[in-house]
Design a protein around this ligand. Structure first.
Ligand SMILES: Nc1ncnc2c1ncn2[C@@H]1O[C@H](COP(=O)(O)OP(=O)(O)OP(=O)(O)O)[C@@H](O)[C@H]1O
Ligand SMILES: [Mg+2]
Length: 510
């Protein structure tokens, strides 16, 4: 029997672990997969640490419950049913007395559960605050050190950590309280039965054997009930964890692809911003009645003061957001009518802030196209003036570039991002030039790379470099979310408006 028990116990433990892990793995997969079908407003609004906490910590909580709870329900549930039957068989009146206490325990379990769920929710929120703090201060270490805020950060962390501790201890208090309280309720029932049952035995109404059988069974009954209440904490944490994971699973994109959306044919004629209006938040318009077009083969430069809505325009062309008035059209097709794939596949985007991943140089350039060969990656790197510095690295294309490319210089990062866009080789290019200035040498390398990237493409360039602006076919000057003026460099200088003003400022800077 013991050999059998050992074998079964192994199978049992393994199976429950398997089931718990498999369910949570699938939940995590689904939540993560859903995250990447959401729209840009989700990513800008959400706290990344909070998402991390949901996928990791909350998953763990659900897993804990899944490995414990089914066994508890089956094993302890069966025990309760069996013993209950036996108690009623032995003495139905006393059995009723014992059971009169069950509703009391039920109420108590529910009360504890509510409190546990609340503290667990608070605890998780605090935990993700801690994540954020750690993440930010490690990435931001240069700022922490330069401003000598180490003590401040230590204090801040200690405080948050203490709050988490407090919440956790509140949880522990309720959890530790539930078992003794349940035991006390049990003791009351047992006392009643001992008192009246004992009398019956003394008066020879009940046999000693039956009495002890009853007491024994009743005692065994309280153990599983106690288990239920003890597992309550695990269960409640799992409930609130599951709730949070399912929020991620259930979140829906705000920018949706049309059902049966058409394919956007290969770009051939013109991109048109037709009188568009847009706001991130309803009460604060960012773009108002913006209209201009870009013909195939043209380079159109967007210039204008910081915050005038240039980057926002590029996000609208990528359909990261939907316009609220007017329409963006490519070759006459409203971009809301075509598939994301056929739209975004034709546009190369070089963002203002260089976004790279903690991976090898090869993977970062190759990100543009799955299955790109080393030859193609090398060619892209050469065109982007990046090949030289890549070769200087001992590991070449296999060099890891660190979180967000931390191990590279600013100019190197920019050139990698350009190489990535070159590899994609899109007909339309949206180039949001970085505002951070580089030294002359680095600047020249980047400028050359940019020129190669722009060659033979239709380009919307959000320009901060004079060279880029001057050579554009047309310049659209943005101000306060509107098109203030547009024309060629010469025309705009002659117009003596805001462009001329900006231009003179830049000349003075150089
Ligand atoms: N995700 C967002 N949510 C809310 N407001 C935003 C968001 N992104 C930008 N804004 C606001 O929209 C306005 C336009 O921003 P945008 O990034 O388009 O400016 P920009 O012209 O690219 O400026 P810069 O030259 O400094 O890059 C700004 O007032 C900015 O604060
Ligand atoms: Mg911008």
């Amino acid at each position: 029997m013991y050999f059998l028990k050992a074998a079964l116990s192994y199978v049992h433990d393994f199976m429950t672990a398997y089931i718990g892990n498999a369910i949570v793995r699938r939940l995590r997969d689904e939540a993560y997969s859903n995250i990447h079908s959401l729209s840009m407003d989700f990513y800008t609004a959400v706290d990344s640490a909070r998402v991390i906490a949901r996928l990791t910590n909350d998953g763990q909580l659900v897993q804990n419950a899944l490995t414990k709870i089914p066994v508890m329900i089956v094993r302890d549930g069966l025990t309760v049913i069996g013993l209950t039957g036996f108690l009623f068989y032995l003495h139905w009146k006393f059995a009723l007395i014992a059971f009169a206490l069950l509703p009391v325990s039920g109420v108590l379990i529910a009360r504890f559960g509510k409190s546990l769920r609340k503290t667990s929710r608070l605890g998780q929120a605090k935990m993700s605050d801690l994540y954020t703090l750690i993440q930010e201060t490690i990435v931001g270490a240069p700022v922490v050190k330069a401003f000598q805020r180490e003590d401040y950060e230590r204090d801040r962390f200690r405080r948050e950590n203490a709050t988490y501790f407090g919440i956790y201890m509140k949880n522990a208090r309720v959890e530790s309280l539930s078992s003794p309280v349940m035991e006390m309720v049990g003791a009351v029932g047992m006392g009643v039965i001992l008192w009246f049952g004992g009398k019956d035995v003394v008066n020879h109404v009940w046999t000693t054997g039956a009495f002890f059988a009853f007491i024994g069974s009743a005692l065994s009954l309280y153990q599983p009930v106690k288990n239920f209440s003890r597992s309550n904490a695990t269960l409640q944490q799992a409930f609130s964890g599951a709730e949070r994971i399912f929020q991620l699973v259930d979140e829906r994109p705000t920018v949706k692809e049309k059902v049966g959306a058409a394919q956007l044919p290969p770009f051939s004629r013109t991109i048109e911003f037709d009188n568009i209006s847009f706001a991130y938040r309803p009460d604060r318009p960012v773009l108002q009645e913006v209209g201009f077009h870009v013909n195939r083969g043209e380079v159109v430069a967007l210039v204008g003061p910081s915050g005038s809505g240039k980057t926002t325009l590029s996000s609208l062309l990528m359909r990261f957001y939907d316009v609220q008035g007017g329409a963006v059209r490519i070759d006459g097709h409203d971009i809301r009518d075509v598939s994301f794939h056929s739209l975004r596949g034709q546009i190369g985007l070089v963002t203002q802030e260089t976004l790279l991943f903690n991976d090898t140089i090869r993977a970062n350039i190759g990100y543009a196209r799955a299955g790109a060969t080393d030859q193609e990656i090398m060619a892209a790197a050469q065109a982007a003036n990046a090949w030289e510095f890549i070769q200087d690295k001992p590991q070449g294309l296999d060099t890891m570039i660190g979180e967000r490319g931390l191990l590279l210089s600013g100019g190197q990062k920019q050139r990698l991002a350009i190489a990535r866009a070159i590899l994609k080789n899109p007909p339309i290019l949206v180039l949001d030039e970085a505002t951070s200035s580089l030294d002359a040498q680095s600047e020249r390398l980047v400028q050359e790379a940019v020129e190669r990237l722009m060659k033979n493409r239709t380009v919307i360039v959000i320009a901060h470099r004079l060279a880029t602006v001057k050579n554009a076919h047309r310049i659209v000057v943005m101000e306060h979310g509107r098109v203030a003026e547009s024309g060629t460099h010469a025309e705009l200088l002659a117009a003596n408006g805001i462009y001329r003003h900006l231009y003179e400022l830049q000349i003075l800077e150089k």
